[in-house]
Structure formats: C-alpha cells, structure tokens
Ligand binder design. Structure first.
Ligand code: EPZ
Length: 419
C-alpha cells in the first residue's frame, strides 16, 4: 500500500532520538554471514526494508531466519547455492555483495545483473574485473552473471577505482581462500571496517580494513557468533542537520564526530550550538547560517554522497550562496526540482548545484525519488512554513525506521497516511 508523510512544518524539536544500526554495514554483513555454517544472532537489526529484502535472499539460500524485534537470528547450517534472479537484485542493489560470499563458500555463483536506480546506472565492472584478477571465470549473458571460482587463487587485487561494494564483496570472497590476498585502491568507509570486524569475530583473518590496503589470510572455517552493528552515520548526519535547523537541546544518541568529520566542520560554521558526550550529540539551532561556500562528495573520509540531499535541504535556507558538487553518482540531484517547488533557489549545471539561500521554504507536494532524496525532503518539509506532503515514502523506509514516529516524539507534526 502506497503511503505518504503529511508534515506541518516549523515545530521546534527537543528530546532524545536514537540512531539505528548502520544499513550499509548490515547489508554486506548479512551477505557475509553465509560464510559460516552455524548460527549468527544480530542484536540490533533495524526494521529497514532493505534489510528485509536481503533476508528474503538469504531465505532463498535456505537460511532459516527468526526475527523478534531488533533481534535477528540466522541458522546457517544448511545454506544452499541458488541462482539469484532479477526479482531480488532489482529490489536490492546490495544483492551483488552475495557474489563474494557465494564464491567463497561454493566456488560458483549465478546472479542477475543488479538494476540501476534513480541515482545512476550503478555498473559492476569494478567487481567483475577484481574477481577476474583472482582467476574467477565470469560470463555475462541474458542479464545474468555466471561465475566459476574453481581456479580462484589468493593474490593481489588493484581495484580500477574506489568502490565500497566491490571492496566488501572481494574481501568476503577471500576469507576462506587458501593463502594471502591483498587488496589495493580500496574503499575506506567505516562500514568496511565493521564488516571486517564481524568476519574476524567469526574467525576470519582480515587486517587493514579502513586503510588503503586490506590483507586477508584465508582460514578453513568460521564459527557462529552474536554481533551488534555500529550506528548508521548517515542517519546520524540526517538528524544532526535537522537539529541545526529546528533543534532545541535535541539529543542524537549514536552521533559521533569521527564518523562525520566534514559535517561537523560545516556545523561548526553554522548557526547552531552542539556539545558531544560519549553517547551522542546535543544540538540546538540558533538563527540563520552563513552559506557553506563549497562542498563536494567523495569517498570516505570525504563528505559522503549519502548526505548530499540532506545538506542541500539545509543550505537552501542559509544566507549567501553555496555550491555542492556530486562526484559519485551521475543522477543524484532528483531532489532539486522538489526543493524548488518549496521555494528554494537552486541552479544545477552538470555535477554542480548552486544554492542561493532564501529566507523561507513553503510547504508543497513533493516526491521522493530515492532513499536519501526522500530524507532531504522530509527535512525541508519539517522546516517549511505550512503543510507539505512527501510522496513515495517507501524509498525512505528502505533506510529509516518509523521516521515519522521518531520525529513526532521530538515534537514534529508529521504523520504517515495512505496515499
Ligand atoms: C555503497 O554503494 C552504498 N550502498 C551507497 O549508499 C553509497 O552511496 C555508495 O556506497 C558510495 O558511498 C551500500 O553500501 C549498500 P560504490 P556502492 O561501488 O557500493 C561506480 C544509500 O543511500 N561504480 O562505492 O554501489 C558507481 O556507479 C546507498 O545507502 C562503478 O563504476 O557504491 C559510483 O559512481 C546509495 N563500477 C561509484 O563507483 C562498479 O563496479 C561509487 O560506487 C561499482 C561502482
């Protein structure tokens, strides 16, 4: 059933909000769980639809799953190798992470080409080239990728360019591979460190995750464990920007400077006060910010592309002009038109968005086109004068849990209604 958010903007937000566990850590970790043949229990599995969709793929592979709230137990005693069709890969781009774990466990995999999505074509050439460099035989036909790893050998991989998913998938593929595999030109996102920490807790031997070189010493077997995944730094950043717009002692449990250094630099230059403690950050808005002149999205530790729409919503109200450059995805400005409907003054040229700050945004009917664009539109609606309706909120449910309930508890006037 299609739903929408109805928002009456302008409310001041106070109180505590807890950040959920990281979607982009959980997705590769769930794919990696099939490397062991015992049971794994996750203690804080959020109710994101992306996680439910990954669990559907695991069930296809004969993983028995029991979910009780945020407790998620996987019985991995009888995992089977199945062909993963487009009905799964179109729903979840992260399904491609299974390539690495299936090759590690079964030495072969057949998976449908993951669809693109609204932010770009999302090719997988970097994944394919990396696996080929380790001796995996790959043929692509009729929209499927047929992989045979019988002759896969431990060795050296230099990624043709930095890719989070390719780094994770190839790292997983080497966990049970005899010998030492070294990965260069890797992504360094915190989620990759979290995946390595999960696999090492099961008995893998991975070092260097989060640095420019990762080494994997193959082991014979992994054991079942209990695991708690780190906070979602993108959700934390979303709430921090909201707090800088509307907060009054709004406390974000799980927000950490080390996950979002550049965002904290921006907040330090903005009209807000915040203090950090060991559990999170308390933030209050205080007036209108000066526009942050220029920011560009780049791989970690630079500013994350997944916070670009939310930052843009924030900058629409700053005084002066800010420029945001989107380097990662070729089509990640779909929220611009929607923000303009609300009165924002934004001009897009290629990868650049030029945002001239306005005094106010006004409520409007706006349409989410992807997960983070949707989050940005919710922030804009919460700060706008009057009523906004955010449509296509199924995108938002992919990576935020009951967002309307959480923001209502802070004092926002936001309701989930059937379309
Ligand atoms: C991960 O996607 C995240 N998803 C994305 O978050 C995030 O935006 C992205 O990393 C960048 O940080 C998950 O972790 C599940 P990439 P991924 O491979 O792995 C190009 C969200 O909202 N590329 O690092 O797919 C690609 O087109 C999502 O939570 C190739 O050309 O990203 C992009 O331009 C959105 N060939 C760039 O590299 C490839 O084989 C970075 O992509 C792979 C990627």
């Amino acid at each position: 059933m299609k739903e929408k958010f109805l928002i009456n903007g302008g409310k001041i937000l106070s109180g505590d909000i807890e950040v959920e566990a990281s979607k982009n850590a959980y997705l590769p970790i769930l794919a990696g769980s099939i490397l062991c043949d015992e049971s794994v229990t996750f203690l804080n599995a959020p109710m994101f639809s992306d996680i439910e969709n990954m669990c559907e793929i695991l069930k296809l592979l004969n993983v028995k799953i029991v979910r009780e709230g945020h407790l998620l137990t996987l019985d991995l005693h009888n995992v089977k190798n199945e062909k993963i069709s487009h009905e799964y890969t179109n729903k979840l781009r992260a399904s491609i992470f299974l390539l690495g774990s299936l090759l590690a466990k079964f030495k072969q995999a057949v998976i449908s080409y993951p669809g693109g999505c609204n932010i770009g074509t999302r090719p997988i050439d970097i994944h394919i080239n990396a696996f080929k460099s380790l001796g995996v035989k790959i043929t692509e036909r009729h929209g499927y990728i047929y992989c045979n790893a019988q002759n896969m050998k431990a060795g050296k991989v230099v990624f043709s360019s930095v890719s989070v998913g390719a780094t994770e998938s190839v790292m997983m593929s080497a966990v049970l591979l005899k010998g030492k595999t070294t990965l260069y030109n890797v992504a360094r996102e915190p989620e990759i460190k979290e995946l390595a920490s999960f696999l090492n807790s099961m008995g893998a031997k991975i070092s260097g995750a989060g640095t420019e070189r990762i080494e994997i010493e193959g082991v014979k077997k992994l054991k079942g464990i209990e695991f708690k995944v780190c906070y979602d730094r993108i959700i934390a950043g979303t709430h921090l920007l909201l707090g800088a717009l509307l907060g009054k002692d709004m406390r974000i449990v799980g927000a950490k400077r080390e996950d979002n250094e550049l965002l904290f630099n921006i907040l330090q230059e903005s009209a807000c006060n915040f203090k950090e403690d060991d559990l999170g950050v308390t933030i209050s808005a205080c007036g209108r910010s000066e526009a942050y002149k220029f920011i560009e999205t780049l791989p970690y530790p630079n500013f994350p592309t997944d916070l670009q729409p939310q930052l843009m919503a924030f900058e629409t109200l700053s005084s002066g002009t800010s420029v945001i450059k989107e380097n990662l995805f070729e089509n990640r400005f779909n929220h611009v038109m929607e923000l303009i409907k609300m009165g924002a003054d934004i001009f897009v040229k290629d990868r650049l968005a030029i945002i001239k700050g306005v005094e106010k945004l006004y409520g409007a009917d706006v349409f989410a086109s992807d997960l983070r664009a949707g989050a940005g539109l919710v922030l804009a609606g919460l700060v706008a004068e009057g009523y906004s309706t955010v449509h296509n909120i199924e995108y938002i449910d992919r990576g935020y849990e009951k967002l309307e309930e959480k923001y209502s508890r802070l004092g926002a006037d936001i309701r989930r209604l059937p379309e």
